[in-house]
Design a protein around this ligand. Structure first.
Ligand SMILES: [Zn+2]
Length: 281
């Protein structure tokens, strides 16, 4: 009997007060089997100090448990301070205070990784829109701090930044090298389809499940992952792909010959297993 293809969404946010578990069920019903549940800021848990991250992370971890008990999905968790938060923090506690708070947020995330409750530190990095040079430098400092923590823990990092060019990939690769972190363990979430090693310098692109991006990405081979970046926020309908997109599209692409089964196994099983040192069933 042919083995069942695992279907992994590498970046999904769920909120208990919105669709939450229901969105996970839609993913499962469409053929999805595993998700990287990625931490997201919560309005009701404002971050004014680094220690506030703990309450916020526990909300994401509770969501993961809720999905596990309501579905058969494998739920992996990534925790980190969301990079755009640095702007608000800077207003409240100044630039130095913001850096200290974010580093404390990284340390708290590292603790959950060490306990086995999370498998990666992310999404973290810098705002996806231009910010002043001071703030950019501060975010870069936090990014390197994160990579050093991941190196110590032996875990992966998931980066949120502007859409990468070969130059930005080179910049992140240099940071990873300075931190001693294997570039196979640095994921660029919401990546451009730069799958050739000479373009991404060995980092791992995670690409939105859109056909034009998939087709472009496959030209460099299947060394990437797929994601929806589903945000589960009714105030931003249609801002990102729906929760069933990765399984639905994967199935359609295989049927239409856009994606081969072998490529799908690499994208949905080998890449997550290699990147996060997890088992995807
Ligand atoms: Zn995200």
């Amino acid at each position: 009997m042919a083995r069942r293809l695992p279907v992994f969404d590498n970046h999904i946010h769920l909120r208990a007060e919105y669709k939450g578990v229901e969105a996970a069920k839609l993913f499962e019903k469409a053929g999805g089997t595993a998700i990287m549940l990625t931490h997201t800021p919560y309005d009701e848990i404002p971050i004014g100090h680094g220690s506030d991250y703990d309450r916020a992370y526990r909300k994401t971890l509770a969501m993961a448990d809720a999905v596990r008990s309501a579905t058969s999905l494998q739920v992996f968790v990534a925790l980190a301070p969301y990079p755009v938060e640095c702007m608000h923090l800077k207003e409240v506690v100044g630039l130095e205070g913001a850096v200290a708070a974010m580093k404390q947020g990284i340390d708290l995330a590292a603790r959950y990784v060490a306990q086995g409750k999370a498998v990666a530190i992310g999404e973290t990095g810098r705002p996806h829109f231009p910010v002043g040079p001071e703030l950019q430098r501060a975010c870069n400092e936090v990014m390197e701090y994160t990579m050093a923590a991941a190196k110590r823990l032996g875990c992966a990092v998931i980066l949120h930044t502007e859409d990468p060019t070969p130059e930005t990939f080179a910049e992140f690769a240099a940071m990873a090298e300075r931190a001693g972190l294997d570039k196979n363990r640095v994921v660029k979430h919401h990546s451009t389809p730069l799958t050739r090693p000479e373009d991404n310098r060995g980092l791992v692109p995670s690409i939105l499940a859109k056909e034009e991006l998939l087709v472009e990405a496959l030209k460099g081979g299947p060394r990437f992952m797929l994601e929806t970046d589903y945000i589960d926020d009714p105030r931003r309908p249609g801002a990102v792909l729906g929760p069933a997109t990765v399984p639905r599209k994967t199935k359609a692409w295989i049927e239409r010959g856009v994606l081969t089964e072998d490529q799908a196994w690499v994208i949905h099983k080998e890449m997550p297993e290699r990147t996060y040192r997890i088992r995807v069933e």
